[in-house]
Design a protein around this ligand. Sequence first.
Ligand SMILES: Cc1cc2nc3c(=O)[nH]c(=O)nc-3n(C[C@H](O)[C@H](O)[C@H](O)COP(=O)(O)O)c2cc1C
Length: 177
Amino acid sequence: MSSDNAVLKAIYERRSIRKFQDDQVLPDQIETILDAGRWAPSGLNNQPWRFMVLYAGDKRQSMLAGCTKYGSIVQNAQALIIVFLDRQNMYDYTKDCQGIGACVQNMLLAAHSLGLGGVWLGEILNRDSEAMQGLNLDQEKYQLMAVVALGYPAENGHSNRRDLQELMLEDLDSQKF
Ligand SMILES: Cc1cc2nc3c(=O)[nH]c(=O)nc-3n(C[C@H](O)[C@H](O)[C@H](O)COP(=O)(O)O)c2cc1C
């Protein structure tokens, strides 16, 4: 799919990137990405997301890499944005998690628009206690939601989607007015 519309173009073109070049990701770029994240919608505008940023070489990078079968992606990323739910500022667990999903997608799109690549890593949640301990964070206060691995792409990324028709519970054409 293609579009001249910048937002749609980014949505259609973004792909998960799991291999990164050696070039550094700069703090300004990370701040832009975090800003895109915090402008996501959230139920009651609760903004339940909290972030931690690790740059390549941080000692905690290897620790996190050891918590997931996607460790090589974590280890080779130039930056990691770790996303948490602030348990003490929740209003509705489901809706707060949905807001965090929107936040992560905003960040992936922002990264793509800056020429960076990224991937949303969720498998690491299987070992969230280990990761939280390694990050020295209180699990009563924060819940690990995602790790976003970032860097300049060293691959194109590829994925496809089911046809829209397969996803519709009613024929779209029958609903035209
Ligand atoms: C909630 C969630 C968890 C994910 N966890 C992982 C993961 O642990 N490892 C990984 O390589 N990709 C992970 N992904 C990326 C998906 O595999 C990817 O988005 C999907 O295959 C579609 O590919 P695309 O992003 O290139 O369009 C995750 C994506 C989401 C939304």
